[in-house]
Structures are given as C-alpha cells and as structure tokens.
Write a protein that binds this ligand. Structure first.
Ligand code: PLP
Length: 428
C-alpha cells in the first residue's frame, strides 16, 4: 500500500522535463499559450473529484452546491466577456463543442458548408476523416489562389448551389478577419444556421480587436486555451437565444429553445460529467481576460504578429494573403525550397517550436506540407515585444537558410536558450 501511494517519480520527472523544454525554447505554435499560476492551481484542485452531470441547479448528483457556484461564475464571466446572453462552458475541447452543436442542430446526412481544411479550416468543419465529414454531407469554400483571401461572393455561390443546413466559419490557419455580417446574409438566404468557430482568435475578438461574430452568428464555439489563455477546453455561446427552427416541443408542449438543444447536445448528447476543475480554471481565465492586464497582453499579441509578419516579408518569405490581422501567419516555404516537415524539424533542433502546415493548393501531403504556421500568443505571454519579433525572425531565417548544418542549429539553440533564460515561464 505504502509503495502504491509513493510519489510517481517517473511521471513527475517527465513533467519537469517538459517544463524545462517550455522554459528554454521559443514557443511559436499558434494554438498554444502559457496559463497563469492560478489557472493551473484551479485545474489541479479537489474539484477533479466531483461528479456533476447536468447543469447548475439541475444535477444528477448530490453535493454539487459548490461546483454550481463555480460553473455559474464561469458562465457569467464568459457572457460578460463576449456580450453573449447564453453559454455552456462544459465542452471538454473545441472538437467536443462543435460535435455538441452539430448533434443538436443537424440530422445525419444533412449538408454542411465549411472552410477547406487544406486552406486553413479545422477537421471538425466537415473533413472526411472526422465525425463531421462522416455523419454529414460536407462541401467547402476556400481562399483565392492569387490573394490568399476568401471571396465572400464565391461562398455565397457555393451556399446557393449546395443549400447547406449549416454554414461554418472560422479557421485554424487563416490570418485575416471574417465578414460575419455578410455570412449571416448568405445563411439567411439559404435558410442555414451560421456557426462561428472562433477557437483561434477568441481572445482578440473578446477585447474588440477583430470583428464581432456574436451579433451576427446563430451560434459561436471556441476553445479556451489558445489566445484566450485558459485551460484546455471548449465552450458554446449565443448572442441571442432563439426558437428552434424545427418546431420541436418539450413534453409539456412548449417550444424548445436553441439553448435547450445545445445544452442537450453537450450532455447527455456527447459528454458525461463535466470537468469542474477545468471549469474552475476557465472561470479564473475568463476573469483574467476581463482585466486591464489581459487587454494590454492581447493588444501586444496583435502588434507582435504584425511586426513578425512584416519582418518575414522583408526577408523574402511568402506569407499567405501577404500578412496578418490576428495572432498568426501562414508561410509558404516553396519559394525557399523547403518543406514544412524539414522546417519544423530544423527549428525544433534549435528549440524554436512551430508546426508544419498545409498551404492553400499544396501539392504535398499533410505529413510533409509546404508551409509552416506561427503565432504570437505564447511568446507574448512570456513578455516579448515588437523588437523581439525581428530577432526571432532573424533566428528562424538563420536556421532555415542552413537547416541541415548541426553547428548552425546548435549555435542558434544556444542563443535561444540564453535569451529565454531572462523570461520566466509563468506570470507571478
Ligand atoms: N476549432 C478550431 C478552429 C481549432 O483550431 C481547433 C484546434 O486546433 C479546434 C476547433 C479543436 O480544439 P481541440 O483541440 O480543443 O479539440
């Protein structure tokens, strides 16, 4: 028994190793960030012990008085942050949030229209390897070859031709803003529901730095761990609740509201018990995102991305769409004679973490790719500013100009490690 309760050094040594990796390197994966100590503290709390199927005040378990308060605070804060009137904070991830919405709003075989995965969309927007492409009939819109931008008139043409039940906007690798008002016009014209998945830029949207989907889209989903800087997780919101378009009634004969369907899509539709420790950490992160400190942070994320994009362009890199409006950029490496796979590996050896990424009209497989995606959410949390972006681009360029020379990679790595040693990982 004593042995069983001993500290698991194998795992805790690995956690220390991962902490060292995160501390020593430059983190440029656009979907990652560093959470505060209090977000981690909430995640590692006794709330992990609690079962709480259902919603605050309507649980299937006893002893939920405290977690009810926690979950209500998370809901209230996210509603305040986005100006939403309804939210469900239980989805375990962004993919789960989208699954819950689709289960609530669609029948198997219904048509959906999403942004092409290979142009920057997400798996859950209709990819054939994902539930969304297996259960529903997907069609896609993409970017223009010449501009790297979405042509909204073409989206309209496709919507009118396909007549989907749901149009999904939002992306994992699109560096420009979205015209939610135009998309709503298109959705209304074909009788579709409009879902915005703002997983990537949600922090910028929350603080008014990008167009606001809440007032135009029927439903909005997001992850909580990217620019929003919370624990790994997802959530669903609506600007306005509305009567379900299918005339569904409750057992008492009352019209079902969309909020009821979406709550049901999460539990019991796609999940069991909510992770109340993660919901507590979400509440903490949403509280932080309402603060002046976070406002300064997210403004800096955008400034850093703009500075980094223009530094890449000056060095002759080909950015899809020529730049960025948000926290990320997608770089086509074909003009440099490199693959995404090689760039990711070489930069990794120099402790600079990025991810290889398909670029629009890519001729390579997703395992090789012709591009890389970089973002500034994480490095900005470490305190880096615009001038530092120029230095990072210099370091990346030094690696990519000579990606197979070990001496070159280890000299950049040394500089990266020395530089990062002055920037603590977590906020005090
Ligand atoms: N939606 C978008 C646009 C994303 O970029 C991602 C994550 O990369 C997700 C959904 C899925 O989020 P998760 O990994 O939490 O399931």
């Amino acid at each position: 028994q004593k042995e069983r309760m001993a500290k698991d050094n194998i795992i805790f040594d690995l956690i220390s190793k991962e902490k060292e990796r995160q501390t020593k390197g430059i983190e440029l994966i656009a979907s990652e960030n560093f959470v505060s100590n209090q977000v981690m503290e909430a995640m590692g709390s006794v709330l992990t012990n609690k079962y709480a199927e259902g919603l605050p005040g309507k649980r299937y378990y006893g002893g939920c008085e405290v977690v009810d308060e926690v979950e209500n605070i998370a809901i209230d804060r996210i509603k305040e942050l986005f100006g939403a009137t309804w939210a469900n904070v239980q989805p375990h991830s962004g993919a789960q949030a989208n699954a819950a919405v689709m289960l609530a709003c669609l029948k198997p075989g219904d048509k959906i229209l999403g942004f092409d995965l290979s142009h920057g969309g997400h798996l859950t927007h209709g990819s054939t390897v994902n539930f969304s492409g297996k259960l529903y009939q997907p069609s896609f819109y993409g970017v223009e070859k010449e501009t790297g931008l979405i042509d909204w008139n073409k989206v309209e043409d496709t919507a009118k031709k396909e007549r989907p039940k749901m149009i999904i906007c939002g992306a994992s690798a699109y560096s420009r803003d979205w015209d939610y008002a135009k998309l709503r016009e298109i959705a209304d014209a074909v009788g579709a529901l409009l879902l915005a998945d703002i997983s990537h830029p949600s922090g910028l949207i929350a603080r008014g730095l990008l167009n606001d989907p809440i007032e135009h889209c029927h439903i909005v989903t997001t992850t909580t761990h990217k620019t929003l800087r919370g624990p790994r997780g997802g959530l669903i919101m609506m600007g306005q609740d509305f009567e379900n378009p299918w005339g569904l009634k409750t057992p008492k004969g009352e019209t079902k509201m969309m909020s009821q369907l979406l709550d049901g899509g999460v539990f019991p539709g796609t999940q069991g018990g909510p992770l109340e420790h993660v919901i507590a950490a979400k509440a903490v992160a949403f509280g932080e995102a309402l603060s002046d400190d976070y406002m300064n942070y997210i403004v800096q994320v955008k400034k850093n991305a703009a500075a980094m994009a223009s530094a890449f362009v000056k060095k002759g890199y080909n950015l899809i769409s020529g730049g960025t409006d948000n926290h990320l950029m997608l770089i086509d490496l074909r003009s440099k004679g490199l693959t995404g796979k090689l760039a990711e590996a070489a930069l990794g050896h120099a402790d600079i973490t990025i991810n290889k990424n398909m670029v629009p009209f890519d001729d390579r497989s997703p395992f090789v790719t012709s591009g890389m995606r970089v973002g500034t959410a994480a490095i900005t949390s470490r305190g880096l500013v615009e001038d530092d972006m120029l230095r990072i681009v210099e370091l990346i360029d030094a690696v990519l100009m000579n990606p197979e020379n070990e001496e070159n990679l280890s000299s950049v790595k040394k500089e990266v490690n020395h530089w990062m040693s002055s920037y603590p990982l977590f906020k005090a």
